[in-house]
Each structure stands twice: as structure tokens, then as C-alpha cells.
Design a protein around this ligand. Structure first.
Ligand SMILES: [Zn+2]
Ligand SMILES: [Zn+2]
Length: 356
């Protein structure tokens, strides 16, 4: 067993503190990674504070983090995909059963035996549950380790592993369905960690991009990130101008909001895809869907092959997340700021801070 420095939540109502956790010795298929940066996702906070106790209770200590970028420092005897020194990434998944229909269709995120990067039963028995990326190192099956393009800034790459694939996957599906691309009008609702990635991807895919935000203050930033137009959704007049004109809308809002206002903006056979998860059910006016045969969908991260494709797409188009780099010692403060949406647009932890 390897001992690794990490930060963990010891209980739901306690701040994260420095700890030492076990990591397994690499098996034949494993890659050992020195973590350089780890993005901070809302799921980290929800899990650390046991806010999803109804569906996924947290086991303590809890080491969050599933936006991991690092360098390979060791490989098992059978590893062929990666070598020592490679820059690699790990996202929300570290294993699956590799044989169910979902796995065979490259949709490991829907495998009923998928192992999530943290707070999931540890198949290797190293600890009761898996420990995530707020740590100096991690050991992962090579099939769940991704190649990082060499031209990208690593702090900004980390959030691609969750926020990036979460927004790329539905937009890419829209692209395959002819709803996203040149000549197509694409809306991005909410300009936060997810939304700002959605803008970059939709723009790089060649679409006409419109950002919907509740805050007039975000107008300049939305345009800088690549939006062609910005609509302040609180202004009914601005919304009406776009009625029936969208091919695809990606809704990144996790707070309660009116879906019907966006369904109205879709054209015939347009699609609204949700990637945020509001706590309570949202009312859905079915008439709005019938007239125009519109659809509402959900989407959850992406499979490993698609995550690699997303990273390669980012390498080709020079896309990374806009990040504020923090030392691990600032993580509790970062959680409070994240709740206030006081971050542009994602925190990325510089893991060198853990060595001090
Ligand atoms: Zn996440
Ligand atoms: Zn499976």
C-alpha cells in the first residue's frame, strides 16, 4: 500500500482537513498518477456535506475531486495505453464491468457496476470507498485514464474532465442530429462552470450561440467567451424576440427555473437538454412540446471514448476552462464562494500546495 497526502471531509458538518490515505500498489492494468491539478465541482461539495444522502449517502472520511490532471509515475506490467511521464486525466469514473450493453456501447457512465471516482465502493478493498483527486496521487485502471493534448494549460484542462464532458456530450449529440453546427441557433442557459464550457464548445462547433443569463453583469463576459448574442432572461421582451427560433438549447441551471420559457424558444423539432439538476420537480407544459414536436432530454457526463474525443477536440481548438487557481488550503473558502457563484468559472486546485 502507498500512503498519499490528501484533503478529506471528516463529517458532513466539518471543514475539509489534511489526511493521509491509502492508495493501492498498481496492479498489472493500473496507472499511478501524480496529481498536478484538480478542478472543484459542485458534486464535490454536495458529497462532502452529504447533501445527496437520500440517493447516495456519503461515507467518511470523504476525499472529493473528479477533475484530475497529472503525470504518470508508474505503470503495471500489462499497461499499453500510457507510459511514465505522460500527461493524463481522470474524470468521474475509474472503473466499470466492461461487459454490459452500456459498456459495450461506450457509455460506461450508465453501467450499473460503474465505479465513481469518489464515494463509491472500492473494488480493490484499499479503503471502504474510492478517494478522489484532492490528493497527491491516484491509481487508476488504464482504461479509465485519458490522454491530455500537450498544447493546453493544465490548470484549465482539469475542469474538462467533468464540466467539459458534461456539456460537450449533449452538444455533440446535437451535432450528430443536425441541431448544432453552422447555420444552427444554439442557446446556453446559465453562465457558470458548465455554461461557460457550453459556450466555448457550441462556438467551436460553428453554431450561432446565444447565452441566457439572469444577470446583466455577465453580458460582456458571455461575448468574450464566444457568444454571438446575450439575452437577459428576466426581460420578457428580449425573450420574445427569439420565440420559435432555436434548434437546440443546453440548460445548465441547477436552481429552480421555468423550462416552458425555453421550450417556447425552440423551433419545430428543437431539443432542450438539461444538465443541471434542480432539487425539486419542474412544471412542464406539455402543449408547448406537442406544437412543434419538441423534445426535452437529460444528459450525464459521457463515456470514456467520448471524453477522449472531447479532450482531442479541445486540443485542436485550444479550449480550456477559465479557472481561478487555488492552493488546497483554500478549499473550504472555495466551497463558500462556489455557493455564492463567486468564481470565474471554476476553481482549479494546484496540488503542489499539498507538498508544503
Ligand atoms: Zn463534477
Ligand atoms: Zn457495464
Amino acid at each position: 500500500m502507498i500512503q498519499a497526502k490528501a484533503y478529506a471531509a471528516p463529517a458532513a458538518d466539518a471543514p475539509l482537513v489534511p489526511v493521509v490515505i491509502p492508495r493501492r500498489e498498481p496492479t498489472a492494468r493500473d496507472v499511478r498518477i501524480e496529481i498536478l491539478f484538480c478542478g472543484v465541482c459542485h458534486s464535490d461539495l454536495h458529497t462532502a456535506r452529504n447533501e445527496w444522502s437520500g440517493v447516495w449517502p456519503t461515507v467518511y472520511p470523504c476525499v472529493p475531486g473528479h477533475e484530475i490532471v497529472g503525470r504518470v509515475t508508474g505503470i503495471g506490467a500489462s499497461v499499453t495505453k500510457h507510459k511514465v511521464g505522460d500527461l493524463v486525466g481522470v474524470g468521474c469514473l475509474v472503473d466499470s464491468d466492461h461487459e454490459c450493453p452500456q459498456c459495450r456501447a461506450d457509455k460506461e457512465q450508465f453501467c450499473s457496476n460503474a465505479t465513481f471516482t469518489y464515494n463509491a465502493p472500492d473494488k480493490h478493498g484499499t479503503a471502504p470507498v474510492t478517494y478522489g483527486g484532492y490528493s497527491e496521487s491516484i491509481v487508476v485502471d488504464e482504461r479509465f485514464v485519458l490522454r491530455i493534448p500537450s498544447n493546453l494549460d493544465l490548470a484549465g484542462v482539469a475542469p474538462l474532465l467533468c464540466a467539459g464532458i458534461t456539456t460537450y456530450s449533449p452538444l455533440h449529440r446535437g451535432q450528430k442530429e443536425g441541431l448544432v453546427g453552422p447555420g444552427k441557433k444554439v442557446g446556453i442557459v446559465g453562465l457558470g462552470g458548465l455554461g461557460h464550457m457550453g459556450v466555448k464548445f457550441a462556438r467551436a462547433m460553428g453554431a450561432h450561440v446565444v447565452v441566457f443569463t439572469t444577470s446583466e453583469k455577465k453580458r460582456t463576459d458571455a461575448l468574450r467567451l464566444g457568444a454571438h448574442e446575450v439575452v437577459v432572461s428576466r426581460n420578457p421582451g428580449e425573450m420574445e424576440k427569439h420565440a420559435g427560433s432555436f434548434h437546440f438549447i443546453l440548460d445548465c441551471v441547477a436552481a429552480e427555473h421555468d423550462l416552458n420559457a425555453y421550450i417556447q424558444l425552440l423551433g419545430v423539432q428543437g431539443n432542450l437538454t438539461l444538465v443541471g439538476a434542480p432539487e425539486k420537480p419542474l412544471p412542464l407544459g406539455v402543449f408547448g412540446l406537442l406544437f412543434g414536436a419538441k423534445s426535452v432530454s437529460g444528459s450525464l457526463i459521457g463515456g470514456i471514448a467520448e471524453t477522449q474525443e472531447m479532450l482531442d477536440f479541445c486540443g485542436k481548438h485550444g479550449i480550456t476552462a477559465d479557472v481561478e487557481i487555488i492552493p488546497i488550503q483554500k478549499i473550504n473558502d472555495a466551497y463558500e464562494r462556489m455557493i455564492r457563484s463567486d468564481v470565474k468559472y471554476r476553481f482549479s486546485i494546484d496540488m503542489a500546495s499539498l507538498k508544503g
